[in-house]
Write a protein that binds this ligand. Sequence first.
Ligand SMILES: CC(C)(COP(=O)(O)OP(=O)(O)OC[C@H]1O[C@@H](n2cnc3c(N)ncnc32)[C@H](O)[C@@H]1OP(=O)(O)O)[C@@H](O)C(=O)NCCC(=O)NCCS
Length: 184
Amino acid sequence: MIRSVDRLDGDLPEQLHRLYLEEWWTHRRGLDDVRRMLDGSDVVIGLVDEDSERLAGFARVITDFVYKALVLDVIVDKGYRETGLGARLMDELIGHPRLEGVLHFELYCRPELVPFYERWGFTSDLGELQFMRRGASARPPTRPARSRSSRAGPRPARRGRAGPVSTQSPGVPLGPGPGAPAGP
Ligand SMILES: CC(C)(COP(=O)(O)OP(=O)(O)OC[C@H]1O[C@@H](n2cnc3c(N)ncnc32)[C@H](O)[C@@H]1OP(=O)(O)O)[C@@H](O)C(=O)NCCC(=O)NCCS
């Protein structure tokens, strides 16, 4: 059984740090910074395997709880992928009681993950909005680690306010441009 937790206690921050070391956009993160990041995140979801107490998945949100909720660091441990945990993380974030009524959920991702997030009503069709960043960026691998386009058939949006993201209020510009980082 996999249980959901809304904070990472015990050795779960260390386990999250180990997950980060596996991903190209987070592999430089240090444990102390990861702890501070957890303290500074507004909504955190961990998926813990009750048999092993292993952190199987993680995602977090930074939000003002009214207009914007930025989904970040959606990660499933490699040993648990393709078992529905990524979808469970997204279901729990989009349906999270503290995020009910937030106008826009936003994220950024590599192009190959667009079909995954479209399932929850995310769209990259945001007109001329551009993703911008100040500060050093990690470079994506030259070849994506995996491509799941063959399994990415259309499916209706899931629950919550998961309709297409409006462009009426340009907050965090979205849409992966060239060299855009993968990790939300
Ligand atoms: C992306 C990620 C979170 C997906 O997690 P997962 O547990 O393997 O996904 P699930 O098993 O819940 O898959 C749910 C559905 O999404 C589909 N899917 C999974 N990964 C996908 C991808 N990369 N592209 C398109 N569809 C994908 C699955 O086929 C499945 O479809 P189905 O319901 O029709 O069978 C996981 O691959 C991961 O941690 N990747 C590395 C970190 C990363 O890149 N995170 C995203 C940052 S933007």
